[in-house]
Design a protein around this ligand. Structure first.
Ligand SMILES: Nc1ncnc2c1ncn2[C@@H]1O[C@H](COP(=O)(O)OP(=O)(O)OP(=O)(O)O)[C@@H](O)[C@H]1O
Ligand SMILES: [Mg+2]
Length: 294
């Protein structure tokens, strides 16, 4: 079976209102990317680097100026397939308030499948399944206005799930949430990925959050400049800092300590693992000091 989910070949994007004669650059400059079904990916990059433009190309909200985007082997230029593509790749945006289309949770989640012309009985089933997946079943008749930010984003995710997507793209969908809302949403998308094999692509400015993904794609000035496991990406501290991004706090701490004579690894998986390494290194150092004193 072809596991390919999303494929970009030499994709350029130029916003029309940038003006050909202006000195503005292309938003994307020849991006090649392959994403397989079931991947769990974070995209990072400084402001204006092209992340949102990339996200919109993933579900035909934008079409490339040059090059091609294929979603499950369908070219996004094919206007007859736009609904197919949009129900296969759903988008969650930053502001939960802007994504609500109805008054109650149930109406909101049913909106997508209703537009697809799905029969009422099946809509009911899809809404129930989607709300159960985001752990909001008991809120089915709730007015959305009374929900927290994290719960609203989970309703938005349920609305996408009701379309039976293969992929969910989240464009800074946790950036307006408090830590609890952020944790709720991350837990849900992790489950959707592991239990339902839905591809998750999460754009984030939060480096600790990016570390939770299997693959991190770094975008800068309209190009993909790094692509790998979080440990491979964030251990390149100078490069990451050089493009105006932060590294996770533990990496930062070890990087600074290394400048002062420590020898700590910069590719730590978890904070716990890092804590053990730090203790080990301190004991080591003390041993060396003792040795020197004798
Ligand atoms: N509608 C638009 N019209 C003209 N230029 C745009 C438009 N949207 C984005 N751009 C420009 O395209 C480039 C990439 O923008 P994009 O929004 O994709 O970046 P981003 O990485 O998502 O940034 P941010 O972190 O601020 O969300 C920027 O130079 C931006 O100014
Ligand atoms: Mg953006």
């Amino acid at each position: 079976m072809d596991k390919k989910n999303i494929e970009l070949k030499n994709v350029h994007y130029f916003y029309n209102n940038m003006g050909k004669g202006s000195n503005k650059e292309e938003a994307l400059k020849g991006v090649d990317l392959k994403i397989e079904q079931g991947e769990f990916i974070a995209i990072i990059g400084r402001n204006g680097s092209g992340k949102s433009t990339l996200a919109k190309l993933f579900n035909a909200l934008l079409k490339p100026t040059e090059g091609n985007v294929h979603i499950a082997n369908i070219n996004t230029r094919d206007n007859n397939m736009v609904w197919e593509i949009r129900s296969s790749v759903g988008m969650v945006f930053q502001n939960p308030e802007n994504q609500i289309v109805a008054t109650t949770v149930e109406e909101d989640v049913a909106f997508g499948p209703e537009n697809l012309g799905i029969p009422p009985g099946e809509i009911r089933e899809r809404v129930d399944a989607a709300l159960s997946a985001v752990k909001l079943s008991e809120y089915v008749n709730q007015q959305i206005g009374f929900l927290s930010g994290g719960q609203k984003q989970r309703v938005a995710i349920a609305g996408i799930l009701a379309m039976k997507p293969k992929c969910i793209v989240m464009d800074e969908a946790t950036s307006m949430l408090d830590p609890e809302g952020r944790r709720e949403v991350m837990e849900i998308v992790k489950e959707l990925n592991k239990d339902h094999n839905i591809t998750i692509i999460h754009i984030s400015h939060h480096m600790e959050e990016a570390c939770l993904f299997d693959r991190v794609i770094v975008v800068d000035r309209g190009a993909v400049i790094m692509d790998g496991k979080p440990s491979e990406i964030f251990s390149q501290v100078d490069l990451i800092k050089g493009i105006g991004l932060d590294v996770p706090q533990v990496t930062e701490l070890f990087y600074e300590l290394n400048k002062n004579g420590y020898n700590l690894p910069l590719d730590m998986g978890s904070t716990e693992e890092a804590a053990h390494k730090l203790i080990e290194e301190i004991i080591n150092k003390c041993g060396r000091l003792d040795g020197n004193n004798n």
